[in-house]
Every structure is written in structure tokens, then in C-alpha cells.
Design a protein around this ligand. Structure first.
Ligand code: DSN
Length: 426
């Protein structure tokens, strides 16, 4: 229990901590951070303004912010084999916006994955600011049974629309992308190759998933709080030369790092959140350790076994399985219920996941056909593949008993008891 003076907020924090302790977190974009990350987040760095970059700030008193940000940058570059890292984006959405703004002119075309096929809102959803400025052209899977992207169609779209950016990345796609194919298509039309690795950053850092830079990508954006297990935040990594010219540099691939720095500050953001950058530095340090590789391998193993166990119990999965940390189930096809009903039933027994659209979903976003889940958080808690049949079993039981409050209550008690053996890091 926290010792805060503000009882109201203190109770809410304690309530959230208890909720996290008593339930199983299956949302694939969430995780449990270490106590060191939490401590850095709650540090005095929250007090400091430091507009600019290390060594080039607009305020005094940067004795500790400069080495801190440089440490985060150096660790990030090492983790992902990048020439440059900008660790200031407040989250993944501004990181993506900053790249668009660095490279595109109004009306320019971008090829990006369709939202219902796994893309993210910031990859061209019409409601977003960037979609109003730029011309996003969606590509899709060729076959939702295997998850293979329709690369022939992607190439046709590229030749027709001459995109300035080819974007490979997702927030709801359970397979690995063929970065070499993306790169060949992007290079053919002279596009910037951008990957949004928000979901799989930890897997890439650990060498468990492929690194787009190894296939010639120029820019990678990410969040830092999913598989990477850091604080809520964003980051942009790039290849190219880092310069600090007085005038804005020419838009060349070589100048990408400098264009991105300028796009984040002063282009889009003011003062960086130095307490978050402190926590990013801690998380990157943790991800550089050998234990993080073991952890990441276990995430993927757990997801693969959980997917198999779900299928044995009648869950129809988009792409019939997973190759990463994420599983997408079509509960409409499997059990004739929508994702909202499934999410609520599972919530009642302490399994937290999210409703999600399936490819070309006939149902609306608030009552979509699917659910999305993943294994980063439960793996942090110490669950292994031998526990996955039990999770799949609880999922099926909760869905079957969705109108039976007594059974749901008893399953809730089972989940809570089981989790006592898997403490949180805090
Ligand atoms: N909201 C994140 C996710 O859950 O995938 C992406 O922004």
C-alpha cells in the first residue's frame, strides 16, 4: 500500500495493483515493469525541462539529463543495431506521426496494412490527423488461413501509387512479415522503408524476431512498454548520418536521423519527459541482459502452445496459430458470440484481454467478431508452456458459462488462487 497523502488517488493506485495481482493480463500490448523501471518513473527527473537534445538544450541545469538521455540513446542503438535513436516520443502514435511529418508532403502516398488485417490506427485510419494529410493505401493478407501478405498486390499498389513510404508493421497480426519482400518493393519505387515494431520490439531486441534493419529498412518506430517491458512511451530508430546543421537538411535517406530529430523537437513536442527517458534507459539495460532473451523465447513458446490449446477447444484463430506473442480468435465463427461478450465473460473470471476486429469484419468495432490476446505479461509472471492448457480451459469454460454467474464466480476464485504462486515484480 502506498504512503501517499492523497487518499483518493492512493486508493485507486492500490486498487489497480490488486487488480493486476489477482487477474491474469492477456492484453498483448501490456506487461509488468520491474521495480527499477517504476522507481525511475517516479523520480525527480519529472521536474526537469530539457528541450533540445544532449549537449544542445534550451534550459540550464542539464548535468544529469544529458548523460541520462545519452545512455538511453546508446542502449537503444545497441539493442536494435541502429545508427540513431530518438528516445523522446511520448508514445507510438506521435513516433509514427513524426516520421510522416519528417518525410512526407501533404498528399503523398503511404502503403500500410489495413486496420482490420492487423494494421494500427496510425497507419491510415480515416479518423486520424495523418490520414487527413496523406494518402494511405491499405494492403491486406492474401490468405487469412496462413496470414501471408498479398505481396503481388502490394507491388501493384506501389507501382500505381508511387508511395513515399512503405510501412511494415502491425498491432494485430500474429505472423512474421517478410521484410525482404517489403524492401524489394519499396526500393523499386524509391520509398522510405519504415517498420512499426511496437508489438514485437522486445522479441527483436532479443533476436527472437527478425530485425527490419537487417533487410535494409531505414526507420523503425516503436512503443517501449509492450514486449520491450519498459515504461509507457515511444522511440524512433534510424539508419543514416546524425547531423545538427543550423538549417533543415535536405530530404535524403542519409539525413533521416536529423530530419526525425527536428520533427520530434521542435516539430511536434516540447520538453521531453525525462523521468520516462530514465525508465526507458533502465528497461533497455534490462533488455540487453541474457535473461531477456530467455524471457522473450518463453513468450513465443507460451503463445504457440496457448494457440494450440485454444484451437483444441474450438477457438478458430486468424491464421490458425501464431509465430509471435499475439493470438487473434474469431469468437463469432467459433461460438456465435461477438468479441465484446467474450471479453466481458473472461473479465468476470479475471482474464483480461481485448475485443478486436477480424479481417474484413462484418461486425462493428464496438462489437467485433474477435478477441486479441498475448503472452508477454503472463510470461513476466513466470508462467510457462505447461500452464497454457489451463488458461485455454478457463477461457472456454468462461465463454460456455457466460450467463451463469455462479460458475463464473467459482472460476474467478480458481484463477485468483492459481495466481498466488506467480507474484508480480512489485
Ligand atoms: N493500443 C496498442 C495496442 O493495444 O496494440 C496499439 O497502440
Amino acid at each position: 500500500m502506498t504512503k501517499m497523502q492523497d487518499d483518493v488517488v492512493a486508493k485507486l493506485i492500490a486498487g489497480e495493483e490488486q487488480r493486476e495481482r489477482d487477474g491474469l493480463e492477456l492484453i498483448p500490448s501490456e506487461n509488468y515493469v520491474s521495480t527499477d523501471v517504476l522507481e525511475a518513473l517516479g523520480s525527480v527527473f519529472t521536474n526537469k525541462y530539457s528541450e533540445g537534445y544532449p549537449g544542445k538544450r534550451y534550459y540550464g541545469g542539464q548535468d544529469f539529463t544529458d548523460p541520462l538521455e545519452q545512455l538511453a540513446i546508446d542502449r537503444a542503438k545497441k539493442l536494435f543495431n541502429a545508427d540513431h535513436a530518438n528516445v523522446q516520443p511520448h508514445s507510438g502514435a506521435p513516433a509514427n506521426e513524426a516520421v510522416y511529418s519528417a518525410w512526407l508532403e501533404s498528399g503523398d502516398a503511404v502503403l500500410a496494412m489495413d486496420l482490420s488485417h492487423g494494421g494500427h490506427l496510425t497507419h491510415g485510419n480515416p479518423m486520424t490527423r495523418s490520414a487527413k494529410l496523406y494518402n494511405f493505401i491499405p494492403y491486406k493478407m492474401k490468405d487469412i488461413e496462413t496470414g501471408e501478405i498479398d505481396y503481388d498486390h502490394l507491388r501493384e499498389l506501389a507501382l500505381k501509387h508511387k508511395p513515399k513510404i512503405v510501412l511494415a508493421g502491425f498491432s494485430g497480426y500474429p505472423r512474421e512479415l517478410d521484410y525482404a519482400k517489403f524492401a524489394a518493393i519499396g526500393n523499386e519505387v524509391g520509398a522510405l522503408l519504415m517498420a512499426d515494431m511496437a508489438h514485437i520490439a522486445g522479441l527483436i531486441a532479443a533476436g527472437v524476431a527478425k530485425n527490419p534493419f537487417d533487410y535494409g529498412f531505414h526507420v523503425i518506430t516503436t512503443t517501449t512498454h509492450k514486449t520491450l517491458r519498459g515504461p509507457r512511451g515511444g522511440m524512433i530508430l534510424s539508419r543514416g548520418t546524425v547531423g545538427n546543421p543550423l538549417k533543415a537538411p535536405e530530404k535524403t535517406l542519409e539525413n533521416i536521423p536529423t530530419l526525425i530529430d527536428r520533427s520530434i523537437f521542435p516539430g511536434m513536442q516540447g520538453g521531453p519527459h525525462m523521468h520516462v527517458i530514465a525508465a526507458k534507459a533502465v528497461a533497455f539495460g534490462e533488455a540487453l541482459k541474457p535473461e531477456f532473451k530467455t524471457y522473450s523465447k518463453q513468450i513465443v513458446k507460451n503463445a504457440s502452445v496457448l494457440a494450440d490449446e485454444m484451437m483444441k477447444r474450438g477457438f478458430k484463430l486468424v491464421t490458425n496459430g501464431t509465430s509471435n506473442h499475439l493470438i487473434l480468435a474469431d469468437v463469432q465463427k467459433s461460438f456465435d458470440i461477438n468479441g465484446k461478450v467474450a471479453e466481458e465473460a473472461l473479465d468476470k473470471i479475471g482474464l483480461t484481454l481485448n475485443k478486436n476486429s477480424v479481417p474484413d469484419d462484418p461486425n462493428p468495432p464496438f462489437k467485433p467478431s474477435g478477441i486479441r490476446l498475448g503472452t508477454p505479461a503472463l510470461t513476466t509472471r513466470g508462467l510457462t508452456e505447461k500452464h497454457m492448457p489451463q488458461i485455454a480451459e478457463w477461457m472456454k469454460q468462461a465463454i460456455d458459462a457466460r450467463d451463469d454467474e455462479a460458475t463464473l464466480k467459482s472460476l474467478r476464485a480458481e484463477v485468483k488462487k492459481f495466481l498466488k504462486d506467480f507474484p508480480l515484480p512489485y
